[in-house]
Design a protein around this ligand. Sequence first.
Ligand code: ZN
Length: 325
Amino acid sequence: MKTNQPVLHGLHHVTAITADAQANLDFYTSTLGMRLVKKTVNQDDVSAYHLFYADAIGSAGSDFTFFDWAKIRPARNGAGTVSETGLRVLGGEASLEHWVKWFDQQIVRHGAIETLSDRPTLAFQDGERQHLRLIADSESATEVHPWHGSPVPLCAAIIGLGSVDLTVTDSDATADFLTNVLGFRSSATEHNLFETGAGGSGAQLRLHGSTERGQEGAGGVHHVAWRVADPQELLAWQRHLENHGYGTSGQVDRHYFKSLYFRIPGGILFEIATDGPGFAADGEDPAHLGEKLALPPFLEPRRAQIEAGIKPLHYQPSKGPKYEE
Ligand code: ZN
C-alpha cells in the first residue's frame, strides 16, 4: 500500500430498496431480530421512508438500511449490482442450526449451511428475494451489542454486516480499482476475496464477473458504504479519489454521519461515511430509537407536510426469543 493511501476501516452500512415498507419492517425486526434504530425519510426524496436496522446501539458497521419506493420494479442480480449482503451472527455452526429451524417455522427461503472463507454460512432471502447470507462469526466475542429482540437465542443474534458480493462485467478493472485506488488487499487463498482495514468479517467483499446486466429495484441493494473515523479522513478520501480522476458527490451531511459518494468502475454506487456523530445526533431517546419519525433539523420545519406524505407503519419492538426448539 502506498504511504499516502487513506484507509477504509470496514463496512459502514448497506442501503437497499423495498417496495413494501411494512413487510420489510416486519421481516427485519420480527424475523431477523434486528433493531429499528431510526425511522426517517430519504433526505433526497422525503416521500420515501429510510429505515435503519442495526444492533442494539446502532453501531457503525451494523446498519442495514432501506429506502421504500412502492412503485419501483423488482431488482435483478447481475453485473453492476451488489448481489449479496452478509450479516454476522454470534457463535459457530450451532447458531446457524437455530436459524435454519426458525426460518423453517417462518417459511423463509434458505439454502443449506455451507462453509465460505472458513466460516459456516447460511444463504437466505427476504420476502422480496433480497439475497442475504448469515455468517457465523465466532471470533467476535467482544465489543458486540446484540439486540434483545432477537427471535433466536441471543448467543446466535445478528451483530452486524459481514461482507458484500459485487457483480460486474469486467472484474479485472474493478479489482484494479479496489486494490490500487481504494486500498483493498486481495486474499492470498481466494482469488475473488478482498479485505480492507483490519480485514476479516465486517471488512470483506467478493467480486464476481457476469456478462448479464443486473437491474436496481425492490429486493436489491442501492449502495454500499465504508467506514472512516472522522471528517478529516473523509476529506483525505475526497482528495485521493479526485487526484485519481474520479468524480465524487462532494461531502454530504447526513446528520447521523458525513458522506461522500462515487461510482466504481462497473457502475456500483459506493459511499464513504464517518463513524460519528451517530443515531443519537437528533436527540432521540436511546431507549425508544425508531419508534417515532425522526427528522434531521433541516427537515423539521416541514414535519407536518412530510408526515402527511408517508403511510403510517405499525411497529411493535420485539421482545426476545420466540422460536421453538
Ligand atoms: Zn448510505
